[in-house]
Design a protein around this ligand. Structure first.
Ligand SMILES: [Zn+2]
Length: 279
């Protein structure tokens, strides 16, 4: 029987989720998707870390199809039994299908649309991978596949993208006030949109999606060790949040990643709280 980490107690917190799945998203090289293209296919059985984590039976792919113009993307999980060394085993393909009409765009708006679509569908793939890694009984597999089929009925469209963008640009102050007053933050695609019920990830999926769009590590690329030290000191001594050193970094991330400014500022707060805690 293959060893999987479902056999031992591992805390699957946000750090675990990002450390596990961000490398997979990077392998898919989504910032470099032209059209037409060949499918991007990642065989998780080629990656020891995913085998250990019980996901070695899965293939994750991105393909392009001509879909109705309004549809941007879909996530579809297919399942079949394959025979390996005389034994029948379950095999899954998690396919992110994107509409050909959103590929090969060069404008900032066009690149952001592609990125949002893929990261949204990839977040569905994380839920599916996490659930698959825990399930071996055929009855449960059937129930999971039924749920996945139901989720796949949702096709990401223009309206969805509009509201996703509105959520990304939610002012920081609104979010802080919700936290202070204990009012749940309302997201257009809340946790329930992604959650399958079989996975053991506790972290909310909207928060995972935001970290995938702009990981904390991205800020580390732009700040030198000295910059980080200066920012930490300014925060501890004078509670400085928006240090002047952040301005060129925000500008550069805005240019490189095509992400809205408000969102970059919001993600920076997460980075800042991280570096001032771990000083
Ligand atoms: Zn969705």
């Amino acid at each position: 029987m293959p060893y999987t980490d479902t056999n031992v107690a591992i805390i699957k917190d946000k750090k675990w989720v990002i450390e596990t799945f961000l490398p997979l998203l990077n392998l898919l090289d989504i910032d470099n998707i032209p059209a037409p293209s060949v499918d991007r296919i990642i065989n998780l059985s080629d990656h020891r870390d995913f085998i250990i984590k019980g996901m070695g039976l899965c293939v994750v792919s991105i393909s392009q199809e001509v879909l109705p113009p309004q549809t941007k993307g879909i996530h579809i999980t297919s399942h079949k039994k394959i025979t390996v060394q005389g034994k029948k085993i379950d095999h899954y393909r998690l396919n992110i299908i994107i509409n050909t009409n959103i590929c090969n765009k060069t404008s900032r708006k066009g690149r952001l649309l592609l990125k949002l679509t893929i990261v949204h569908e990839f977040t569905h793939a994380i839920a599916a991978l996490s659930a698959i890694s825990r399930i071996r009984l055929s009855g449960l597999i059937e129930r999971l596949l039924k749920k996945l089929r139901k989720k796949a009925e949702h096709k990401l469209n223009d309206r969805d993208i509009h509201y996703m963008l509105r959520d990304l640009c939610k002012p920081l102050i609104k979010i802080l006030l919700s936290i202070i007053h204990g009012i749940p933050i309302k997201w257009y695609f809340g946790d329930e949109h992604y959650r399958l019920g079989f996975e053991d990830i506790q972290e909310s999926y909207p928060s995972i999606l935001e970290s995938l769009l702009l990981p904390n590590e991205m800020f580390r690329i732009f700040f030198s060790e000295d910059d980080i030290h200066t920012i930490q000191t300014a925060y501890h001594q004078n509670r400085v949040i928006w240090h002047p050193l952040t301005i060129p970094v925000f500008r550069q991330i805005n240019i490189n990643e095509n992400l809205p400014k408000e969102f970059i500022r919001r993600r920076y707060i997460s980075f800042l709280s991280n570096i001032v805690r771990n000083q």
